[in-house]
Design a protein around this ligand. Structure first.
Ligand code: OGA
Ligand code: MN
Length: 293
């Protein structure tokens, strides 16, 4: 059965049907999904619970997987495969983490608008987040379309941003959240990455405004001026008309393009269990993605 799409928002994001994510992905289906990703930036698959190996296998069809910040920490893991990123508030023993645990710190960082791994080169292309256990309320994930954000910029800002780049740093969000006890080795483990504020999304040919909370400085600008400017741009990019809010159900998989969208988690009762798992595809498989065009 071929891929079918049902738009979820006037600007981007669609619900996807017609492909069984638990089965090996046919080349034709992969191409159709890539083409849909290029158009919509976010695809939502409902009602398909995935085992851990099934999630890894499906994600791997789109390119090599990366574990992002997990590289910095040597923490005991709950999940069976190191390529799975545990987006939960549950510790290695299966208990809900304490309020001030490192696990919750990561979750709070995920509640700031970001593009996964924009602090490293290569950064992320697709992320796939799968819902396993959900809290009784809250905990949506919101997405913002950076192509729409660019389109809506005033002409003078478009021109100015086109000349600028920003430095993104892995620990910036953690430091913002009051966690700065990192060793020099950890600070240096992922060197900052620099990205132009405006660039062209390879899959759609549309220009986009590449901001997000990992960006800590505009290259060549003072830190203070940079941060105010970056925060203004982020506010612009995440205006409600550019946002799709995903309300999770168990068995959902949301797949997004980190090159065209930002996302953030939303608050939920912290003593309740919330378990999702993520797989992230490196921004390397352009040749593979291109096959879909
Ligand atoms: C992520 C992320 C947000 C959430 O998994 O990359 O940012 O809602 N998650 O958990
Ligand atoms: Mn994320």
């Amino acid at each position: 059965m071929a891929l079918q799409l049902h738009p979820l928002h006037p600007l981007f994001a669609a619900e996807a049907f017609g492909i069984d994510l638990t089965q090996p992905l046919a080349d034709e289906d992969r191409k159709q999904i890539n083409a849909a990703m290029n158009k919509y930036g976010v695809l939502v698959w409902r009602g398909q619970p995935l085992t851990e190996p099934q999630q890894v296998a499906f994600a791997k069809s789109f390119g090599p997987l990366d574990i992002g910040l997990k590289k910095l920490f040597n923490r005991p893991e709950r999940l069976s495969d190191e390529r799975l990123i545990d987006i939960s508030n549950v510790d290695a023993q299966g208990n809900v983490s304490k309020r001030d645990s490192p696990k919750n710190l990561s979750n709070f960082a995920n509640q700031l608008w970001h593009s996964d791994s924009s602090f490293q080169d290569p950064r992320a292309a697709y992320s796939l987040l799968h819902a396993v256990v959900l809290p009784s309320s809250g905990g949506n994930t919101e997405f913002a379309d950076l192509r729409a954000a660019y389109d809506a910029l005033e002409a003078d800002l478009k021109a100015e941003c086109a000349t600028l780049s920003a430095e993104h740093f892995a620990l910036h969000t953690r430091i913002l959240l009051g966690d700065d006890a990192y060793t020099d080795a950890q600070k240096k483990a992922i060197p900052p990455a620099t990205w132009p504020l405006v660039h062209t999304h390879p899959g759609s040919g549309r220009k986009l405004l590449f901001v997000g909370v990992h960006a800590r400085q505009v290259i060549g600008w003072p830190v203070s001026e940079s941060r105010v400017f970056l925060s203004d741009l982020l506010e612009h990019a995440t205006q409600r008309p550019f946002v799709y809010a995903h309300q999770w159900r168990v068995g959902d998989t949301v797949m997004w393009d980190n090159r065209a969208t930002l996302h953030r988690g939303r608050r939920f009762p912290i003593s309740e269990r919330r378990e999702l798992r993520r797989t992230t595809v490196d921004f390397t498989p352009e040749a593979m993605l291109e096959a879909a065009a």
